[in-house]
Structures are given as C-alpha cells and as structure tokens.
Design a protein around this ligand. Structure first.
Ligand code: ADP
Ligand code: MG
Length: 215
C-alpha cells in the first residue's frame, strides 16, 4: 500500500503540479491520467523516491520512501519503466537485466533472468540479443523484465505505451495487468491513452494541481 498524504510539489514560483493531493494506491493496477503537464510524471517520481515533495509525505507500507539525493537511484522497493525503455544499447538483454540487479547490490543468475523474461512472454533465446535488434514492443517487454528482475514490489510506468502501435499497446497492457493480478505487485501507470487506462483496476485523474477523480 502506497500512501500520499497532503502532498504538494512546487517548481519555482507559480508551477504547482500537485497541490495537497492525498491518495492510497493498492496492489493491482492503477492508471494515472490527466492532460500533459498535469503532474503524472511528478507523481511517479515521488513514489519512486526520485524526487522529494515540497510538502506532505509518501509512504510504502508505512515506511517513508527513500529520500531523493544526488547519489540515490530511488527507493529500492520501486522500479521505474519509461516510455523510451532506457535499455543500455551495447549490452545484451541478459546483461541489461543483470546490471539492474547488481546495481541494487544483489547477485543475478541465469535462472532469475530467464524467469523474468518468461513473465513478460519473451523466450530465453532473446537473452543474447542487443536492444537495437528488437522491435519496440519487445524492447518494452525487456524493460518490464528488468524491473521484475530486481524484485521490487512496486512498478511505476511512465507512459509505457507512448511509443507503441495499437497492437503492442494492447500486449504491454496485458503484461502489466497480469503482473498486477498474479504477483501481488502494485503497478502504477501514467498514461494519456484511455484504452489503456480503462483496462486498469483503478484510475485517478489529475488536473489543475488536484486529484480530480478516483474510480
Ligand atoms: P505530466 O507528466 O502530466 O505531463 P509533469 O509532472 O511532467 O506532468 O509536469 C507537471 C508540470 O511541472 C509541468 O508544467 C512541467 O513543466 C513542470 N515541471 C516538471 N518538472 C519540472 C522541473 N524539474 N522544474 C520545473 N518545472 C517542472
Ligand atoms: Mg509525463
């Protein structure tokens, strides 16, 4: 359970994308919708411990998220998935996954990497491919597998289907939904694609600094 209590974020003088927002995210999938500039990415960065709120608190299971700092890669309980995948282009799929695991101070194994790939529907034969040789849908699956390999209980995905065609958007949404259902994960997905948002278990909608609707 992730709790935001009276959270505000202010950039400079007037820009306040989040103004006294409180919300609890539960296991399963939640879509965060809202127009461009409404604070979706800001909210995800707060949950991931990549940014501190100006006011208010963000907690995961009652413990504050790690304070953001220049040397921090965010709270280890959270993995982030980006629209542009952010795979290291000169490392193979397997190396991309092990790098993420090892960056968190753990040891990676071939079994663990193959299991993570299987969970997103990729065959182990893809482990030795380079990202540039894969389709965009496949690269996004690798990015999700990388997030799974580090075994954090929370996944936040910022416009994960923003660069994908309709078929791949549906497939990646299937993967995220399945993770939310089967693995006790909390999956938060910022998206402006209503076809994605409407399939999630829960939805919140941001606008004018406020959480304007939750369903
Ligand atoms: P969304 O993801 O919904 O498009 P963002 O969270 O990226 O919204 O941005 C919300 C608002 O905050 C925008 O007006 C954006 O320009 C501003 N903003 C985001 N990050 C920064 C920053 N580091 N410095 C100043 N303004 C920012
Ligand atoms: Mg954004």
């Amino acid at each position: 359970m992730i709790s935001l209590s009276c959270v505000s974020v202010e950039y400079g003088d007037k820009i306040m994308p989040l103004d006294d927002v409180s919300h609890t995210f539960h296991t399963g999938t939640t879509a965060v919708t809202g127009p461009s500039g409404s604070g979706k990415s800001t909210l995800l960065r707060l949950v991931a411990g990549l940014q501190n709120p100006t006011a208010g608190t963000v907690e995961i299971d009652g413990e504050p998220v790690g304070r953001a700092s220049w040397f921090s890669a965010g709270d280890p309980r959270v993995s982030v998935i980006y629209q542009d995948y952010r795979l290291v282009p000169f490392l193979t799929v397997a190396q991309n996954l092990s790098l993420a695991v090892e960056a968190r101070g753990a040891k990676s194994s071939t079994d663990q990497i193959e299991a993570a790939l299987a969970r997103v529907g990729l065959p182990s034969s893809m482990a030795d491919r380079l990202p540039g040789s894969m389709s965009s849908g496949e690269q996004q699956r690798v990015a999700i597998a990388r997030a799974l390999a580090v075994e954090s209980p929370v996944l936040v995905a910022d416009e994960p289907t923003g660069a994908l065609d309709a078929d791949n958007t549906a497939r990646i949404t299937d993967v995220l939904l399945e993770l939310g259902q089967s693995d006790d994960l909390t999956v938060i997905v910022a998206t402006h694609d209503l076809s994605v948002a409407e399939r999630m278990d829960q939805r919140i909608n941001l606008g004018a600094g406020l959480l304007v609707a939750a369903a």
